[in-house]
Design a binder for this molecule. Structure first.
Ligand code: TXA
Ligand code: MG
Length: 321
């Protein structure tokens, strides 16, 4: 149902221990009452998500942070003030009110305030913090439209709020600012450059192992069902042999016999490219092509997060060959 019309009903479903998929500015989330261990257990079931992969807790308002977790380190508070509501997830100590299943047993907790009015209205109406990973099956393409959620999770979700296409199209940037220097655990919709401008130097540590630090940073993740190859520029002569699909950054190459082509941004706007990334991959995945060739984008701003996601999708398929 349309997001605005369904908020009261969806909030009641959350309070009753149900699952609600809802739009945020990044991707659609699969939400449950974060204070309710049984409700959050249903998220792991619906997504077929391993229990070692912790969830992000979503709040309606910046002011709700200290209400839930108490005092936070100065740098964490400063980032929250500066970038919330917005596509930034911060790491804090897990408060006692949040059951350990939400954080996969970690003493820390990921939290953010999404910059999407209907999402904040939903959380406020529910009156509880909302644990929500991306609303897709574990390891698969992230959902940027309600149709992606329904196709991927279907009956496992009690309510799907439809807010159209999400604005950013790529997940939040995750930062641990509890130590001396902020550490970026996952590249995302908030560019590293914006963080540096606000707080000075940061360390980017895209973990690549199976450590429970940030499985969104597992080497293999965000994968289409079709084998994907990441290239540094499309060789116009190589082409698709009539059976392969192309994810191009700015333009369709003149030559080549591609079965399907998606262009992310003809003007070369990386923000536009990020917003279209997963939708384009969902379409290529449904196009019946034998392989997807994806062109790397410039490695600046949100382009770093785009390349990060494409690299992990490609890594998934390297593992299968
Ligand atoms: O934009 C987003 O962040 C979306 C929307 C729905 O808010 N959510 C999202 O959730 O991307 P998910 O579950 O797909 O990715 C959350 C990431 C995972 O890689 C998880 O490991 C990491 O956050 N994470 C959660 N708690 C953590 C913690 N305490 N320490 C480090 N990483 C954590
Ligand atoms: Mg995810």
């Amino acid at each position: 149902m349309p997001a605005e019309d369904g908020i009261a009903e969806a909030a009641a479903v959350l309070r009753a221990g149900g699952l609600v998929a809802f739009p945020t500015e990044t991707v659609y989330g699969l939400g449950a009452n974060a204070l309710d261990a049984r409700a959050t257990a249903r998220i792991f079931e619906a997504k077929q998500r391993p229990s070692f992969d912790p969830l992000i807790t979503h709040l309606a308002d910046v002011a709700d942070l200290t209400g839930l977790v108490g005092p936070v380190p100065e740098a964490v508070a400063a980032l929250a003030e500066r970038f919330w509501p917005g596509p930034l997830t911060l790491i804090v100590d897990r408060p006692a009110a949040i059951p350990p299943i939400v954080t996969s047993g970690l003493a820390s907790m990921a939290v953010r305030v999404p910059d999407e009015p209907s999402a904040r209205a939903l959380i406020a109406a529910a009156g509880v913090p909302v644990a929500a990973p991306s609303a897709n099956r574990f390891g698969q393409l992230s959902p940027t439209r309600a149709e992606h959620v329904v196709a991927g999770l279907g009956a496992a979700v009690d309510v799907v709020l439809d807010g159209g296409s999400t604005r950013c199209g790529i997940e939040s940037t995750i930062v641990d600012a509890r130590g001396e220097h902020p550490v970026v655990l996952r590249l995302g919709a908030l560019p590293v450059e914006a963080l540096v401008e606000a707080v000075g130097p940061v360390t980017v540590r895209p973990g690549s192992s199976g450590q429970p630090v940030a499985p969104g940073t597992l080497a293999a993740h965000y994968a289409p069902r079709t084998p994907l190859q990441l290239v540094d520029g499309v060789d116009p002569l190589a082409g698709g042999g009539g059976r392969r699909g192309l994810l191009a950054f700015r333009q369709r190459p003149a030559g080549g016999d591609w079965a399907a082509v998606e262009v992310l941004s003809p003007s070369g706007d990386l923000t536009v490219a990020a917003a279209r990334l997963f939708d384009a991959l969902h379409r290529l995945d449904a196009a019946g092509v034998t392989a997807i060739v994806a062109e790397r984008v410039p490695d600046v701003g949100v382009g770093r997060a785009i390349n990060d996601r494409l690299g992990r999708a490609a890594a998934t398929w390297r593992g299968h060959r």
